[in-house]
Ligand binder design. Sequence first.
Ligand SMILES: [Mn+2]
Length: 306
Amino acid sequence: MLAITHGDADGVCCAALFMKHSKSTDIPLVFTSPAALKDTLCRNMIKRKLDELYIFDLSGNKKTLRIASAWDKVVWIDHHNWEPEESFENVEIIVKSSPSAARIVAEYFGIEEERLLKAVDEVDTNSVQSEDAALLRNTIGAIKWLFGRDGKKLQAMLGESAKIIAEKGLEGLQEQESFKEMREKYQAFVSQVESEALEKVKVYTLADLKIAVYETPRFLPVYAISNALLRHAEAPFDVIAVLFHRANGNLLSTKMELRTHTGFDVQRIAMHFNGGGHKVAAGASLEKLLLGESFIEELKEILGKA
Ligand SMILES: [Mn+2]
């Protein structure tokens, strides 16, 4: 058996709920992203029985669906905006609209965890109000920030947080000493990100749309940038584009994250770059360097506005 889930707070909660359902925290678990799902599936087929596969909070496509269908039994639960192109008798796909994928996972397995679900709904829709939601967001944010460059450690720490939530709920996350320290460091970093975002963002106007573009080579939490930009003199923004530029040897790439303050459909833009997600939060991974200026040029064409 194998469970593959998204490497974010929602994905971690899906894993925790699945552990509760399985009455075991000892489940082979892999965290990944929609863009890396094909490789994650392939890598994890080797020397495995291919009996049962669970996929949570990750959108699929024709190829990943076909690869997943090699397992005897597949349960795929997601809340992103996509539709399976093919159906397989051994693959059960539950894709529907929901504030979090965790909420659909809980419903599917019949698990009552309203406190956790409320928190994860707030985090995944970037409308954090409660202390529970802030705790969840800051714990997973801290893990991704501290261990993002060390794949193995990141997997282990995300897995550890899922176990703690499964066993002790959000209180477990609150009490764990090592997590407390991580959250404190992370919160200091986030305040710094917020002031930098306000300083370094570039603002464009395309017809009646306000676009904010932030480019960076570092890992930064997108929600912090988006929230900080609410305080910008030109806010609210219809499109917030965060372009993460990466260099791997000679290979340059850009990870694009799109958000909106106004409910503008940013998924449409992401899809143009072969990405996806939700209408108000979407992204794409590009195997080339895409600078802010070029993004704006392409955006003009996409939106049909000169
Ligand atoms: Mn999600």
